[in-house]
Design a protein around this ligand. Structure first.
Ligand SMILES: [Zn+2]
Length: 107
């Protein structure tokens, strides 16, 4: 009677310890996953901020570049990832924008 009770207690103790260890491991796993998710969100935000900064940054000669977006270039008529919105309403891809600027500087 006593021996079987002790045996049951021992079994329960191992079960308890096992549960405790498992929950500690689970907590650490959750913390690791949470940290990874937060890092991913942070890196994504950093990437977006970097893209925004590069869109707004100045040209090589120090002048501010016009606003950009995805669109169709007026000169080549192709869809581009990045077109510059010129003040006169034209939209130029980086290649044609650079060509136009080069022409303006030689005139
Ligand atoms: Zn173009």
């Amino acid at each position: 009677m006593l021996a079987s009770r002790l045996h049951m207690f021992g079994g329960n103790l191992f079960l308890l310890i096992g549960t405790l260890i498992l929950s500690v491991v689970a907590i650490f796993l959750l913390l690791a996953v949470w940290t990874a998710i937060k890092m991913w969100i942070w890196k994504r935000g950093q990437k977006r901020a970097q893209e925004q900064y590069e869109n707004n940054r100045c040209a090589e000669d120090g002048t501010q570049l016009p606003a950009t977006s995805r669109g169709i270039c007026t000169d080549c008529g192709r869809v581009q990832e990045k077109v510059f919105h010129l003040p006169d309403g034209k939209r130029l891809c980086p290649t044609h924008y650079r060509e136009q600027r080069a022409n303006q500087q030689t005139c």
